[in-house]
Write a protein that binds this ligand. Structure first.
Ligand code: HMG
Length: 414
């Protein structure tokens, strides 16, 4: 095909998506009782019901590889020329998590593999870098993985907004789910609303301030999107937001309505974001993956056929950076989703007791180079097997299937 003919049929955007969430979770009703908080604060006030709890033998690499396994179904692995791993829960200061995933998924050696960081929104810059790469070499595809574990202190205000999970997507010129529009509105400002120094496992956060800065970043990124010639507010049928907790999407949507100069119409807002809130409400914050879990939730759970609908997306990363961009849902998108598999993942999780959740939370890997073999918990195809000489050992879970008798939770009184 001539290059001009080819470019007329090329659709740059998201070709496929896959999600992974840990097999264990905590019902926030249990947390409310344990912390002496009215459950209404969690359910209505912040909009969360369940939070995912990664097992001690999972980390961002295993969750990312498990999500990627699904995103790569039906995709020729030899076409993947770039793996970008977006995370703020990296496992090494030097080596990219993308390289572990590259090996676990047996991707071709003629491939570049990198890790990117800017709080929750590096996944969005990764998406735009992948699209720029498509423009240069249309036949080369990018595997983009967003994977994170949100951790705050036990008993802290941030605790009910924890969570974890991964979303992987193939970005190419053969988009089947969402074609991405070229215009993006950006905003960067040096603020300390949320951060995690290298020596801490838990994030530090000024919660109320972070919500204020999030809204400011949305306003500024939207204004930039408009200045750059983006679509009018009225042309959007759905919106997806970064969701540290799902109530944030409602706050963001009301704020955007005001920024776009729309008075009233609040009652029309919820249907525009509701389907995107579903998965996040049952998973919690998963930082870089949060916006894309919302997008996947919208595509898989919206009762309407969204073919041709324009979607506005806002990505926020503390510190801070925001990006507002848009895309159009492609006709026939439902044929390329994994809806039932994702629902099974969410519905078949094991609910932990508070003691089990705190045990998972407190479990630590050896930091002195001692060899360590990890117990086998329930999880996806890949797991962290242990450590040797300060090296992480990853492998397949098969042949180490969990039986009730072997369950490490038995030692906690199960
Ligand atoms: P808090 O102080 O525990 O909660 O912190 P609150 O007192 O503000 O209450 C929350 C809401 O519940 C309020 O509603 C209350 O009225 C309501 P609002 O005023 O917001 O409309 N409420 C009730 N509702 C019904 N029944 C009740 C009841 N009681 C109270 N009985 C906070 C909440 C979110 C600040 C805290 O959980 C936190 O610090 N979370 C972590 C930070 C965060 O998520 N920030 C969001 C923006 S920053 C961001 O998105 C970036 C991030 O993802 C990181 C990254 O980029 O890497 C975090």
């Amino acid at each position: 095909m001539l290059s001009t003919e080819r470019s007329s049929v090329m659709k740059a955007g998201i070709e496929s998506m896959g999600m992974y969430v840990p097999r264990y979770a905590l019902d926030l009703r249990e947390l409310a009782v344990a912390r002496g908080v009215d459950y209404g604060k969690y359910r209505q006030g912040i909009g969360q019901e369940i939070m995912a709890v990664p097992a001690p033998d999972e980390d961002v690499v295993t969750m990312g590889a498990n999500a990627a396994l699904r995103a790569l179904e039906g995709v020729d692995r030899d076409s993947i020329r770039t793996v970008i791993f977006a995370t703020e829960s990296g496992v090494d200061q030097s080596k990219a998590a993308a390289i572990y995933v590259h090996r676990l998924l047996d991707l071709p050696p003629r491939c570049r593999s990198v890790e990117m960081k800017q709080a929750c929104c590096s996944s969005t810059s990764a998406l735009h870098f992948a699209l720029a790469s498509c423009a240069l070499q249309p036949e080369h595809k990018t595997l983009l993985i967003a994977s994170d574990i949100a951790r705050y202190g036990l008993g802290s205000a941030g605790e009910p907004t924890q969570g974890g999970g991964a979303v992987a997507m193939v970005v190419s010129t053969e988009a089947k789910l969402l074609q991405i529009d070229p215009v993006v509105g950006y905003y960067t400002s040096d603020v300390m609303d949320f951060w995690r120094p290298n020596y801490l496992d838990e994030a530090l956060v000024d919660g109320k301030y972070s919500i204020k800065v999030y809204k400011q970043a949305l306003e500024q990124a939207w204004q930039h999107y408009v200045e750059e010639g983006g679509h009018a507010f009225s042309s959007f049928e759905r919106f997806c937001y970064h969701m540290p907790f799902t109530r944030m999407a409602e706050k963001a949507q009301s704020h955007l309505l005001r920024c776009a100069g729309k008075c009233g119409g609040e009652e029309k807002l919820l249907p525009m974001i509701q389907s995107a809130q579903r998965y996040n409400r049952e998973v919690g914050n998963c930082y870089t993956a949060s916006l894309y879990m919302g997008l996947l939730s919208m595509l898989e759970q919206d009762p309407a056929d969204l073919s041709g609908s324009r979607v506005g997306l806002f990505s926020y990363g503390s510190g801070c950076m925001g990006a507002f961009f848009s895309g159009q849902v492609l006709p026939g998108y439902r044929d390329f989703l994994n809806t039932q598999a994702h629902l099974d993942l969410l519905n078949e999780r094991e609910m932990l007791s508070i003691a089990e959740y705190e045990h998972f939370y407190q479990s630590r890997l050896c930091e002195d180079g001692t060899a360590q073999e990890l117990e086998v918990y329930a999880g996806g195809a890949f797991r962290l097997q242990g450590l040797r000489d300060h090296m992480r050992l990853y492998g397949e879970r098969q042949n180490s299937l969990l039986t009730e008798l072997e369950s490490p939770l038995l030692s906690l009184g199960r």
